[in-house]
Design a protein around this ligand. Structure first.
Ligand code: ZN
Ligand code: ZN
Length: 239
């Protein structure tokens, strides 16, 4: 599996080089071997992937990986998201139980999921931005479906892998494509949590992805304008 992850990260490195975004280069040369250990003071089922580099321990972005989300893709996804936004990130098994299932649609209401995340965040005094990755299909009022939804005021976001999988559209499974899509959609929603609006540059992560093709046509990077905004503005979350 590690070889596949190496391939994915190298693929991203080539894309980064082609995009002339040197800010991403340094983190990609971290060693790929990692350990998983339990978090102290948190749910026993939680774990955090740690690295020897101190900047990853700052944990500014916390990714909760639900049991229903695609197993085994946590590490490449969190690494690529961290590289895209140039912010430290970590990934945990999700401790959050969410509700909001709509029987008539066979989907979850993404706003209700965010409310569950907000309650968890408040109860735990969570200061990090939280991205929840789930496998269930989600919608927002007046839409058939959404890939993800964010709530910048509380620093919470959710993305669904349901329609990011090739299988959903009757195409052969492609794990690397799924890693790319999860990373891009996750970075996009986190970008909103960092108070970025949609961007007119179609290859920027903050371009509004209305279809899967839109998502696939992006590059796994922020345009210089959006990256500059993130680097200039402090992260504020009200809990
Ligand atoms: Zn958006
Ligand atoms: Zn942009």
């Amino acid at each position: 599996m590690e070889q596949q992850y190496l391939y994915i990260v190298l693929k991203h490195l080539l894309e980064t080089i082609n995009g002339q975004h040197e800010g991403f280069l340094q983190p990609l040369f971290r060693p790929l071997s990692g350990t998983s250990k339990r978090c102290s003071g948190q749910s026993p089922s939680q774990y955090v992937y740690t690295r020897s580099l101190p900047r990853l321990l700052e944990m500014n972005i916390l990714i909760f990986w639900d049991r229903g989300a695609p197993a085994g893709l946590e590490i490449p996804v969190y690494r690529i998201i961290s590289q895209i936004l140039d912010i430290p990130a970590s990934v945990c098994e999700s401790p959050v139980l969410y509700n909001g299932f709509d029987r008539t649609r066979n989907q979850f209401d993404a706003s209700e999921i965010l409310t569950c995340l907000d309650i968890f965040s408040r109860r735990n005094g969570e200061k990090n931005l939280i991205l929840l990755v789930i496998g269930d299909d989600i919608y927002r009022q007046n839409t058939r479906y959404v890939f993800g939804l964010s709530r910048p005021a509380t620093g919470t976001a959710v993305i669904s892998s349901a329609r990011l999988k090739n299988e959903y559209w009757g195409l052969p499974s492609d794990e690397m494509m799924l890693v790319d899509r999860l990373s891009r959609e996750g970075a996009h929603e986190l970008g909103h949590l960092l108070h970025l609006d949609h961007c007119d540059n179609p290859s920027c992560i903050m371009a509004n992805p209305l279809t899967l093709d839109d998502l696939d046509n992006k590059k796994s990077m922020l345009c210089p304008l959006c990256l500059g905004k993130i680097q200039r503005s402090p992260i504020t979350v009200s809990i």
